[in-house]
Design a protein around this ligand. Structure first.
Ligand SMILES: Nc1ncnc2c1ncn2[C@@H]1O[C@H](COP(=O)(O)OP(=O)(O)OP(=O)(O)O)[C@@H](O)[C@H]1O
Ligand SMILES: C[C@H](N)[C@H](N)CCCCCC(=O)O
Ligand SMILES: [Mg+2]
Length: 224
């Protein structure tokens, strides 16, 4: 069983795209791969009379194992805002226990699990719970997605330091070239490669229509 936790330098930086690319790469080595979005804020009609989060739908499409939505997305909040606010508006208190139970269920069924956080590393899920607490409770190696744009070096280094300070291993990072107009992208990449202190698992080009299947991922040896 292998499993990792995907966080990012911010919201909207390519975590879902990267998580889907990781799932496709893992499917080359493992039969039953599944994505998990433990806490999702933002729900839309799923076309079958229910509601679903768009990240969950993307992760499901990239997974080879189909599971009950209660296991791959135990907390679904309607409003597309910070999870602690979405939860407050929905009169929900996000706690670790049901998320850990859902993850335990996935562990029983899957050979590989990719858990996508929400926003960045310190995003609140409740007044006293953050995404980083969830990653620590799950005790997973972390993959940091860096959305390449002006300002990302600072966000990437701060986040990498915070992950390491939490005691969790930073298994690697993924660059997603989200800004086609970014100046000096290669010089930014060169600095990040040198200072992240973890391997670059994928360098995702800017794509007009992002497709996780076209992304080449270098999985750590122990995940293969
Ligand atoms: N390499 C890329 N090229 C072009 N567009 C990209 C790239 N990476 C991400 N995007 C686009 O940027 C947007 C945000 O990406 P994505 O949904 O993966 O972010 P996220 O980090 O998962 O955000 P959230 O915090 O909401 O989960 C999406 O529309 C996605 O298609
Ligand atoms: C709704 C959005 N797509 C994400 N799922 C949540 C992003 C929370 C960001 C909170 C913050 O850092 O200010
Ligand atoms: Mg996402």
């Amino acid at each position: 069983m292998m499993s990792c936790f995907v966080t990012g330098t911010d919201t909207g930086v390519g975590k879902t795209l990267s998580s889907c690319a990781l799932l496709h790469a893992l499917a080359e080595y493992h039969a039953r791969v599944v994505g998990m979005k433990p806490v999702a804020s933002g729900a839309e009609a799923d076309g079958q009379g229910g509601w679903a989060n768009e990240d969950s739908l993307a992760l499901r499409a990239a997974s080879t194992l189909r599971v009950d939505p209660a296991w791959d997305n135990p907390v679904l909040l309607p409003d597309p805002v910070s999870p602690h606010i979405a939860a407050q508006r929905a009169n929900v208190r996000v706690t670790l226990a049901p998320i850990l139970a859902a993850y335990g269920e996935l562990r029983r069924q899957a050979d590989a699990i990719v858990v996508e956080g929400a926003g960045g590393w310190q995003v609140p899920l409740s007044p006293d719970l953050r995404i980083s607490d969830l990653a620590m409770a799950l005790q997973l190696p972390v993959v940091l997605v860096v959305g390449l744009r002006l300002g990302c070096i600072n966000h990437a280094l701060l986040t990498a330091d915070a992950i390491r300070a939490s005691g969790l291993p930073l298994a690697g990072w993924i660059a997603s070239r989200i800004d086609p107009g970014m100046r000096e992208p290669e010089a930014n990449m060169a600095y990040l490669r040198q200072h992240m202190g973890a391997p670059l698992l994928a360098d995702i080009a800017w794509q007009a229509r992002p497709d996780a299947r076209t992304v080449s991922v270098q999985l750590p040896r122990e995940w293969q």
